[in-house]
Design a protein around this ligand. Structure first.
Ligand code: GLV
Ligand code: MG
Length: 299
């Protein structure tokens, strides 16, 4: 898996020492991860390692072994089941000491915080603000469902009996607000039924529609769906670029220095520009090409 991930079109790889690794296998997992990171080949991908959470006996050793062994070839530590800002600060301090003692750039390694229980969600604003190292807030639906006693075993799907809305709406929005307030990425977690691509798509489309930046994939088959769902549709991307060009022209002297103008049947103003920047930014990051250009009206 560590090798296979190198050639896959995912934006990030994360290597696990937590819940996908049995307790007896954790010491070997640390070594395998250090070897894989140092061997390289993950070019263009964010390289992250998920350590165990601070309530276990493993976290400090995970961090020390992985960062001392491969800190220069690692971008982020993912911290699961975060319950408060002190857990982020503890990791921040440990990272700073290791970076200093290993001669690494202090502060380069980021933190990805998984929100996986009621306490974590309650504290999510403080968690997002706890350190400049925090780059990403991640929803961990499996642990979260267990933590709140949700009456379902199918991760990410609606619990049977709740037919009046989306049972995850509050959780997703709470995480998204904290992420946006503190300028972090918001990432949706795993969908475990790896053969059910329709299911993956349905769940991913919901968080993408709200504004999440991405979703985990557990299997190569889920990657194409994720890349497509979290990129804008071609017509939305074209429209966003059109709004940006049109608004730039209308606000210029040549366009009449206007703050509000008509683009076809649509009024555009500064708020339209901000919305268009979000969609255009995602499209550009995904390498999309525009298929329309703005022509200033002839006067
Ligand atoms: C991921 O870690 C989850 O618990 O969903
Ligand atoms: Mg989890």
């Amino acid at each position: 898996m560590l090798d296979k991930a190198k050639g896959l079109p995912a934006d990030q790889v994360f290597m696990d020492i937590e819940d996908a690794v049995a307790p007896l296998a954790k010491p070997d997992a640390r070594k395998n991860i250090v070897a894989a990171l140092n061997e390289g080949g993950y070019d263009g991908k964010v390289r992250s390692v998920r350590v165990n959470d601070w309530t276990t006996e493993w976290t400090y050793r995970d961090v020390i072994e992985v960062v001392s062994g491969a800190g220069a070839n690692l971008d982020c530590i993912m911290l699961p089941k975060v319950q408060g800002p002190e857990q982020i600060r503890a990791l921040d301090m440990l990272l700073t000491q290791i970076e200093k003692s290993e001669g690494l750039d202090v502060g380069r390694i980021g933190i990805e915080a998984q929100i996986e229980n009621a306490m974590g969600l309650t504290m999510v604003d403080e968690i997002a603000a706890a350190s400049p190292r925090v780059e990403t807030i991640i929803f961990g639906p499996a642990d979260f469902m267990a933590s709140i006693n949700m009456k379902s075993l199918v991760v990410g799907e609606q619990p049977p009996g709740y037919d009046v809305g989306d049972a995850y709406h509050y959780i997703l929005m709470r995480i998204l607000m904290a992420a946006r307030a503190y300028d972090k990425q918001a990432i949706d977690g795993p969908y475990l039924q790896i053969k059910d691509l329709d299911g993956y798509t349905r769940v991913a489309e919901r968080s993408a529609a709200l504004g999440f930046d991405g979703k985990w994939v557990l299997h190569p088959d889920q990657i194409a769906a994720a890349n497509e769902i979290f990129s804008p549709r071609q017509d939305d991307y074209d429209h966003a670029e059109l709004i940006l060009d049109a608004y730039e022209w209308y606000t210029s002297a040549a366009g009449g220095a206007r703050g509000a103008a008509m683009l076809g049947d649509e009024m555009i103003d500064e708020a339209s520009r901000k919305m268009a920047l979000v969609i255009a930014g995602k499209g550009r990051a995904a390498g999309m090409q525009r298929t329309q250009t703005f022509e200033p009206p002839q006067s």
